[in-house]
Design a protein around this ligand. Structure first.
Ligand code: AHR
Length: 662
């Protein structure tokens, strides 16, 4: 597959050279003439169109979106001391012992017992690939602690840089031999990408510690224990139609015991039972044995995030099946009830009155108003008759109790092949609400499939393009890049999604986030490190479509046919009834400059000036980066329109959008 992909890239590059030669030797071609039928409404664009797929992969949640800086804050990782190391000098006499409360607190069994007889003794936490610390920023430390009988020591708290220089400190003095939460804040005096946190006993003392936590003050909306503001901002900037969570394969788990259970992710963070992250050792090339899910970012926070960014929440629940690439465990049909109950209770948690049992829990967490959930997914990438059998039971139960909730159903891992064909047929026979299709394919696949939905059944289930991303090498190869070739091919394909708005009601690129040092899967939409974040070329394409989706689809035709790659052109058009604009998107997927005349038919008046937004690069390998985040980014200019005709001179390898009042 690698060699095939390379071959394709090579051919494209060769074609580009030929095309450039033609252009520079003056063999300019006559512009193609396209027709836009401004008064032929084909479909309404669903408000959910162009959304986000979130999964805790690539350090997406812990060490990413969830702004906690301390790794293994509750000592619940498989190895209790993972992420921590002793601090002592030659005169120190101290010890750290990990203790287990057993069933006294099953969700958070372990804590550390620190004792110091002399010298400086304590523990240092390495953070998630270090801690990104900003000069002048306030940091909020908290700990659950109890003083040992007869001890009255203080706990010194220090942030240190890579060389061990203290860049901020505070202290807390537990005043009780019972567990109490203590808080202390301090300001850092330096910006450091990889700091660590020391908690140190000074002098003779002893205390037990748990939930050792450090958050920056500048979280999203300033919420205590909240999310990284720069990362949420990138999402908010896209104005997403929906937000799918918590995954992805993480929903399924490697085993059923390790599946995602939403009820264990709400309430006090210290009572949320941590589990392993199934991506920790999934790929031998990117082992991450210290990857766990603390669930500090849990279902309440997901719903709250959706509300913040104006996205419709789409939770996906386990269908009673563990990942079929791993153990493929299935729950017997007569034991499926708890799984179904989880789905029903989730609807109540999201939408029920504050007086209902699960609505009350939401209210207690600070949100008495409902979250207005309208959709729920049953199963992620599940397939085969075992899925269909379980899905039918879920569907009946959800439809009976909550007929207003739309159900999102899996069509498996691939957009074609036996698994897909079987599921597609079964799901259509069930007349399900929405089918979730996934495509991780070569850029060429995206270019060749822009017409995929043109012949789908208009009266059947709606489609959710739930996970897609062009893979520059092969699926999940560590060498995949978020390059312009991939992003441009996705844009070409997306004109097909837009054109088929009566069938395709949601679409999301996947995965969403990746940490530069903590990733397992590439490509990804947004890359972050401990202090920085940027949107990839693919992000720019997603954002362009999302911010300019319009309200109704109208035809744009070449020789009376949809524009799905003829001579490398792809196009779609919408109008926006809220702003009275026509929005035309055109992709030139060739390496040569091409022109096109887009004649607007059926509009009484077209304004003489519009705007033209272009994302392009002659280098298909070009990528954005931390250092140059805008290498691939939209350039906006104005464009004149005469006689209802938009004349476009399209850059090689370009995504173009014209907006004009009509
Ligand atoms: O997006 C990464 C993974 O790809 C998802 O977890 C899974 O659904 C798909 O196979």
């Amino acid at each position: 597959m690698i060699s095939m992909a390379n071959k394709r890239t090579g051919l494209l590059a060769f074609a580009a050279v030929l095309a450039t030669c033609a252009a520079t030797t003056g063999h300019a071609q006559a512009p193609k003439v396209f027709t836009i039928k401004a008064n032929e409404i084909k479909a309404e664009v669903a408000p959910t169109m162009w959304g986000l797929f979130f999964e805790d992969i690539n350090q997406g949640a812990d060490g990413g979106l969830y702004a906690e800086l301390v790794k293994n804050r509750s000592f619940e990782f498989d190895v209790a001391g993972m992420g921590w190391k002793e601090i002592k000098n030659k005169d120190t006499d101290g010890s750290a012992l990990y203790q287990n409360r057993g069933n006294a607190n099953p969700a958070n069994r372990r804590y550390v017992q620190l004792k110091s007889a002399s010298g400086r003794y304590g523990l240092a936490n390495e953070g998630f690939k270090g801690m990104g610390i900003k000069q002048g920023m306030q940091y909020d430390f908290s700990v659950l602690a109890r003083q040992h009988e007869g001890s009255s020591g203080s706990l010194l708290v220090e942030l240190v840089d890579e060389k061990g220089t203290v860049i901020g400190s505070t202290s807390v003095k537990p005043g009780s031999t019972d567990w109490v939460k203590y808080n202390a804040s301090f300001v850092a005096n330096a910006t450091v990408p990889k700091a660590s946190l020391n908690v140190v006993l000074t002098g003779k003392s002893g205390m037990d510690l748990d939930m050792i936590s450090l958050f920056p003050k500048d979280t999203w909306k300033g919420r205590k224990g909240g999310l990284r503001a720069d990362m949420v901002q990138l999402l908010a900037d896209m104005k997403p139609g929906f937000f799918r969570f918590p995954g992805g394969c993480i929903v399924e788990g490697r085993t059923l015991d390790e599946r995602f259970q939403w009820k264990k992710t709400i309430g006090n963070p210290e009572d949320r039972e941590l589990i392993i992250n199934r991506w920790n050792v999934e790929f031998k090339h990117r082992l991450s044995p210290d990857y766990f899910q603390s669930f500090g970012l849990g279902f309440f926070e997901y719903f709250q995030l959706c509300e913040d960014i104006g996205a419709s929440p789409l939770p996906i629940l386990n269908a009673g099946m563990a990942c079929q690439f791993n153990t493929a465990e299935v729950v017997p049909l007569d034991e499926l009830q708890p799984y179904i109950q989880d789905a029903l209770d989730l609807v109540e948690f999201a939408n029920g009155p504050a007086t209902s049992p699960w609505g009350k829990k939401r209210a207690e967490m600070g949100h008495p108003e409902p979250f207005h959930m309208t959709m729920i997914g049953v199963g992620n990438e599940n397939w085969g008759p075992q899925y269909i059998e379980r899905l039918k039971v879920f569907t009946k139960a959800i439809n009976d109790k909550y007929p207003e909730i739309k159900i999102v159903n899996s069509s498996g891992t691939d957009p074609s092949g036996d698994r897909f064909d079987y599921l597609d047929k079964e799901l259509r026979a069930m007349n399900v609400d929405i089918i979730d299709e996934h495509y991780y394919r070569a850029p060429q696949w995206f270019l060749e499939n822009a017409g995929r939905y043109d012949n789908y059944d208009r009266k059947g289930p709606k489609v959710f393009a739930g996970e897609y991303a062009a893979q520059s090498v092969r699926i999940a190869s560590p060498d995949n890049k978020n390059n312009w070739h991939c992003a441009m091919s996705e844009a070409a394909f997306m004109t097909g999604l837009e054109r088929n708005a009566d069938v395709v009601v949601m679409a999301s690129y996947a995965p969403l986030f990746a940490h530069a040092e903590g990733w397992q899967w590439t490509p990804d939409l947004i890359w972050v490190d401990n202090l920085r974040s940027y949107g990839t070329a693919n992000y720019q394409v997603q954002k362009l479509f999302s911010l300019n989706k319009g309200t109704h689809v109208i035809p744009v035709l070449l020789d009376n046919k949809a524009v799905t790659g003829q001579d490398g052109y792809y196009a779609s058009a919408t109008i926006d009834r809220k702003t009275n604009e026509l929005i035309l998107k055109v992709v030139n997927s060739t390496g040569k400059r091409q022109s096109g005349a887009f004649v607007i038919d059926g509009a009484k008046k077209v304004q003489a000036k519009g705007s033209l937004t272009v994302i392009s690069s002659t280098n298909l390998e070009a990528v954005n980066s931390f250092e140059a985040p805008d290498t691939i980014s939209p350039k906006v200019s104005s464009i004149s329109i005469k006689n209802k005709r938009i004349n476009l001179d399209l850059n090689p390898y370009s995504v173009n959008m014209v907006k004009v009042k009509i």
